[in-house]
Design a protein around this ligand. Structure first.
Ligand SMILES: Cc1ncc(COP(=O)(O)O)c(C=O)c1O
Length: 445
């Protein structure tokens, strides 16, 4: 009997993952699973890249870990150099963490302390968006806007987190309204919320440039984030981008915000940074924020045991080198176009697929009961879960989720395959997904 506290108690024990081979995971029976979502958009180089494995083995053999309270280490410095060299101008400093939620917590606390450093202690409110996901720690969950995830913990969530609408054109753009007008209308909700709370009491606005798990690879319409940046600047509010899922090349540029032409003050990354080879995250920090700490207390009152972990940094550094040496950002763009057209071919006229959306190698289909009315399936049917188990049965790992619209209603399936996959394997993913969607639909009809 297993002594592991499982994710779902009482369900059949999951297979044992024994080996990774490129985009495949292999279980104890030898069954192969084509990993089309990298778990939750993590394994961006597949599961067995020799250069990353070698870098980790080398580092762990020489010096696995040294506490950053006493030492710096070479991979930590080199990784910071490369992340900043490739970051949008203005982001100059790296704060290390071990995962996405830790990054979100650090960003929230850094924003708060920034305002203490510059003599604006009244700034305590944070604004984020409904249907966002910012992690499962209490700060991250408070920032996140997914009703289902928040509900059990509501009484203990942080009360200074507020939410505005997401930018979700498929659902919320009005008839006769242009994309641009829609984007400005929802961005302006930020200004209304800031004015309601009192402009000098708001510390930061947090958003995923491309929403991941909760809304399904959902990019904003053009112009939306430019307007958001203007509003933040007008009211002295920091802009935090959570690129934990959509960053590190996933959308075809190293940083997702490059495609918006907008630079945040704090940028959180994880997942693709270590690509699953190591647990690591980071917050990129604008020079103006760093300067406030440097010229103020000189100390960010925060930190974790494993920050700047040498082996984790060595793994992430190797991932960054592979992305460059193998020209993978261009590959994400090219393969992304192939994936997009394959999805359109297979699902473009499907009666139960309402929207196909995404960027780079980050795509989702949104399922509907009726394409014309956009009516959703009864959430009690758990269509997303049916598709997930049908796909798993067929040896495909994708990332289906329910509650797409409001935390309760709606179903989507995310694909986030590795950057070094090939076109033929993408075609296989689309075939397997198509069959799994049909299996799921038959199970609910
Ligand atoms: C956008 C976003 N932020 C934060 C997190 C939390 O990251 P972690 O699960 O590594 O704590 C996630 C995880 O899915 C995420 O997608």
């Amino acid at each position: 009997m297993s002594h592991v506290f499982p994710r779902v108690i009482g369900s059949a024990p999951p297979p044992v993952a024994m080996r990774g081979e490129g985009p495949y995971l292999i279980d104890q029976t030898g069954k192969r699973y084509l990993d089309a979502s990298g778990g939750a958009a993590v394994s961006c180089l597949g599961h067995s890249h020799p250069a990353v494995v070698a870098a980790i083995c080398d580092q762990v053999g020489r010096m696995p870990y040294a506490h950053t309270g006493a030492f710096t280490n070479e991979p930590m410095e080199a990784l910071a150099d490369t992340l900043i060299a490739d970051a949008p101008a203005g982001l100059d400093w790296v704060w290390y963490v071990s995962g996405g939620s830790e990054g979100v917590e650090a960003a929230i606390k850094m924003a708060r302390q920034y305002f203490l450093e510059i003599g604006q202690p009244q700034r305590k409110h944070f604004i984020a968006r409904r249907q966002s996901y910012h992690g499962n720690t209490l700060g991250g969950l408070s920032a996140g806007g997914n009703f289902w995830r928040r509900e059990p913990y509501d009484p203990i969530l942080v009360p200074v987190m507020h939410h505005i609408a997401p930018c979700y054109a498929y659902r919320d753009q009005c008839d006769g309204e242009s994309e641009e007008a829609y984007g400005l209308r929802v961005a302006d909700e930020l200004e209304a919320k800031i004015l309601e709370l009192g402009p000098d009491t708001v510390a930061a606005f947090m958003a995923e440039p491309v929403v991941g798990a909760t809304a399904g690879a959902l990019p904003a319409v053009p112009g939306y984030f430019k307007r958001i940046r203007e509003i933040c600047d007008r009211h002295g509010v920091l802009l935090i981008f959570d690129e934990v899922m959509c960053g590190m090349g996933r959308t075809g540029t190293l940083y997702a915000c490059e495609q918006e032409g907008v630079t945040p003050d704090l940028l959180i990354m994880a997942k693709g940074l270590g690509a699953g080879y190591q647990p690591i995250g980071a917050v990129l920090v604008a020079d103006k924020v760093f300067a406030a700490f440097r010229d103020g207390s000189g100390y960010f009152q925060h930190g974790h045991t494993y920050m700047g972990h040498a082996t984790a940094c060595a793994g992430a550094l190797a991932v960054q080198r592979v992305i460059k040496e193998e020209g993978l950002l261009q590959r994400v763009r090219d393969l992304g176009a192939h994936l997009e057209s394959g999805l359109n071919e297979r699902f473009g006229n499907h009666h139960h697929v309402g929207d196909i959306r995404g960027r780079g190698l980050f795509w989702a289909i949104e399922l509907v009961e009726d394409r014309a009315t956009k009516a959703v399936f009864d959430p009690g049917l758990k269509l997303h879960a049916k598709i997930k188990s049908a796909a798993f049965e067929r040896g495909l790992m994708c990332y289906p989720m329910g509650g797409t619209i409001d935390g309760r209603n709606g179903d989507h399936v995310i694909l986030a395959p590795p950057y070094n996959i090939d076109e033929a394997t993408i075609d296989t993913i689309i075939d397997l997904l198509g069959d799994s969607v049909e299996d799921g639909l038959s199970a609910v009809s």
